[in-house]
Design a protein around this ligand. Structure first.
Ligand code: FE2
Length: 247
């Protein structure tokens, strides 16, 4: 390594990225015991402390709602939220927390939309995830129906869907229709494998990202982020006009 490149890499290490400009994280699994995220209130509080240390001011937590596996509803999610709020008040932890949900796309989502049961965040945003390996069908009809009703679909971790790898055209098309694309920050550090990392880099290079999120299920997800605060791609994504700070 030359003197100058050595100096440059030292400078990068000395300048970790300040995540506080994001203000809000809008995808995580912090309600204890209701999905594959936090298991206990202690774990939840440890994660919230770490979020605060990383500079976040507000957390919108999004438990899975998946017909066969996670039969959550606004009732148990809002009860869990209330319990977390009681605990952060009790220990005097200064961080704001709200709840919505991460909806798995299947036919039951049409019924939830029909019944006006969807949990939203910010301006009627609804977080939706797909199968990682099997391309969805009928989703455009759902998105159309949602937009008619005034909802704004947000596509969770676009870079993780294997059938879109190699192209970001689908992200571009959805954004042109007013939908939002969310990327998991740890995808940039190889946490979900090299293919997902490559697609995440494609998203960053083409600027097709609206929201950057942790999708935090356990504290490791935040320590991985903490260990990569000097990453060049993190620097690059933070220079995009992200919408986290207006949520
Ligand atoms: Fe998630």
């Amino acid at each position: 390594m030359s003197f100058f490149s050595n100096l440059f890499s030292k400078k990068q290490q000395l300048n970790p990225i300040d995540l506080s400009v994001l203000r809000t994280d809008m995808h995580s699994h912090l309600i204890p015991g209701i999905d594959d995220g936090s298991k206990t209130m202690e774990e939840t509080i440890a994660m919230l402390i770490k979020f605060k240390e990383l500079g976040y001011k507000k957390i919108i937590t999004t438990p899975h709602i998946m017909s066969d596996f996670y039969k959550n509803s606004s009732t148990n999610i809002l009860k869990g939220l209330e319990d977390i709020r009681d605990e952060i008040k009790r220990i005097n932890l200064d961080i704001e927390i709200e709840a919505a949900a991460e909806y798995y796309f299947d036919e039951t989502l049409f019924h939830k939309l029909e019944a006006n049961e969807l949990m939203t965040f910010s301006e009627n945003h609804v977080l939706i995830e797909f199968s990682f390996s099997i391309a969805p069908q009928e989703h455009e009809r759902l998105f159309y129906d949602m937009r008619i009703k005034g909802y704004k679909p947000v596509i969770a971790h676009f870079e993780r869907y294997l059938y879109y790898h190699g192209s970001i055209d689908q992200a571009r098309e959805w954004r042109e229709k007013g939908m939002l694309i969310q990327m998991n920050v740890n995808s940039l550090f190889g946490h979900y494998g090299p293919g997902v990392k490559k697609q995440a880099e494609n998203l960053v290079d083409s600027g097709q990202i609206d929201l950057l999120a942790t999708d935090c299920h356990r504290i490791d997800h935040l320590t991985i982020l903490e260990q990569n605060l000097s990453s060049s791609y993190l620097r690059k994504v933070m220079n995009l006009p992200l919408k986290n700070n207006v949520l």
